[in-house]
Ligand binder design. Structure first.
Ligand SMILES: Cc1ncc(COP(=O)(O)O)c(C=O)c1O
Length: 451
């Protein structure tokens, strides 16, 4: 029978069938996750190589889905850098966990386009609910308005736009260690940027913040990208309040750690923020993309983003619920479904365990580095990222990074701190074990011996 779960060719041949192709895709996903640890972490291809293996034009005639799966294996897989690999230690290491993977499939099946409350009441209301749930888990003040954006770059840009409109000013103030998304947003918005020096622990120096009378917004970072430094949020909040500036807190990575009470010190003063971003797709077991943006001043966000043409008009009672009025995008994916699935299937205890395991493994690696005179630590470790280097020249470290990553055994990244080239090992993959971290240390020492 020709059901709506199948697609047929004009010759009556079945091309795709949700049940059989779906089972094959699920089998592919499950076996990929089982074997990913045997694959080289970094894609072993040269720029342009993958594209050259693919046809330059699309097929005229429909092909079966099995052909897509086959080419995924044979052509695309060699060009994948494996973020789900337990030895992916670069940038901020992330994990897409099973409930999130499955919920992405279901969200695509529903294909909700939640620009108005009425175009997807469940998606809109679930989004509000899960943001309240996560706010509780992170110990945020009650009553903040939360919604989901795609990335922290968009969340921060949205905060800057709201701040500019609320204050009528155009200066963005952040630490020199703030993520480049702050500079990018300021540039896109035609706002001026002041980069404040950081101290010896890479925290914003509030004594060097300068005159704030023109400041629209101060961006404080909890968990900077290079070293996971924590800006003094409470002190910055007081300065922002005195100056009548908006305070945006970027906790894209480290925010997730606040599920554990022992890390809440890093959120000291966060109650004074006007907006806060935490990426669930970084350390909260949720697939890319899922950036959580809360605001204490939702009406300012709404003032900045609410443009309602005639065709989108609905009865007043629905208006304030439409989340497209709080951010740049009109069409909105059902992202809350995957976060809801993650929160329910891991529970708060599962999230806490995940964070603590990452921090313990990073602490273990940090001790090995500290105990070896050939190596040095380069920044305080607050969470699951260790900044370290081989003693001596930057060049040795640069070469070492290239060698260890080319080996495919592990993937790490680098940063420049206090003018020196440093290596970063970030733990965050849910399947990373002590053995994986031990292997990382072995690979680093093995490759350093060959320099
Ligand atoms: C502190 C911080 N903020 C913002 C971002 C940007 O995140 P996204 O890729 O979601 O835009 C990053 C990325 O790593 C980050 O480390």
């Amino acid at each position: 029978m020709r059901g709506s779960a199948s697609r047929w060719s004009s010759e009556g041949e079945r091309l795709t069938d949700l049940r059989t192709d779906g089972a094959a895709a699920l089998e592919w996903a499950a076996s990929y996750l089982e074997r990913v640890k045997q694959l080289p972490v970094l894609a072993q291809v040269r720029p342009g190589e993958i594209r050259a293996r693919l046809p330059p034009s699309p097929p005229d005639q429909p092909e079966p889905f099995a052909a897509v799966l086959r080419d995924l294996d044979e052509i695309l897989l060699p060009g994948i850098t494996h973020w789900q690999h337990p030895r992916a230690f670069a940038y901020f290491s992330v994990s897409s966990s099973e409930p999130g993977i499955l919920a992405e499939l279901l969200a695509a099946a529903l294909n909700s386009v939640a620009f108005l409350w009425r175009t997807s009441p469940a998606s809109t209301e679930l989004e509000g609910l899960v943001l309240d749930w996560v706010a509780q888990l992170l110990g945020l003040p009650s009553g903040w308005h939360g919604h989901i954006e795609d990335t922290a770059s968009t969340s921060t840009m949205a905060a800057l736009i709201a701040a500019r409109i609320a204050t009528g000013r155009d200066l963005v103030v952040c630490s020199e260690q703030a993520h480049s998304s702050v500079e990018k947003a300021a540039r896109m918005l035609g706002m001026r940027l002041r980069s404040v020096p950081s101290d010896e622990q890479f925290r914003m120096r509030v004594d060097a913040i300068g005159d704030l009378s023109d400041a629209a917004v101060i961006v404080a970072t909890v968990g900077t990208t290079a070293s996971t430094a924590v800006d003094p949020v409470g002190e910055i909040a007081r300065a922002a309040e005195r100056a009548g500036a908006w305070l945006h807190v970027d906790a894209a990575y480290a925010g997730a750690a606040m599920v554990c009470p022992e890390f809440r010190w890093a959120f000291e003063g966060v109650e004074g923020a006007d907006s806060l971003v935490v990426n669930a797709h970084k350390w909260m077991l949720t697939p890319m993309d899922c950036s959580l943006l809360w605001s204490r001043r939702p009406e300012d966000l709404r003032r900045a983003f609410s443009v309602v043409p005639e065709y989108l008009r609905t009865p007043d009672a629905e208006d304030s619920l439409s989340l497209s009025e709080y951010g740049p995008a009109l069409g909105r994916r059902f992202r809350s479904l995957k976060l809801w699935a993650v929160l329910r299937c891991h529970g708060a205890s599962g999230l806490r365990e995940h964070i603590r395991r990452g921090v313990e493994l990073a602490a273990m690696f940090e001790r090995w580095v500290a105990d070896d005179p050939e190596w040095e630590l380069c920044a305080p470790r607050h969470f699951s990222v260790v900044c370290f280097r081989l003693t001596g020249e930057d060049e040795r470290n640069r070469e070492l990074l290239a060698r260890v990553n080319a080996s495919g055994d592990i993937l790490i990244s680098h940063a420049v701190l206090a003018g020196r080239y440093v290596l970063r090992l970030a733990v965050g993959q849910m399947h990373t074990t002590e053995e994986d971290v031990r292997l990382a240390w072995e690979v680093l020492r093995r490759e350093s011996a060959g320099l």
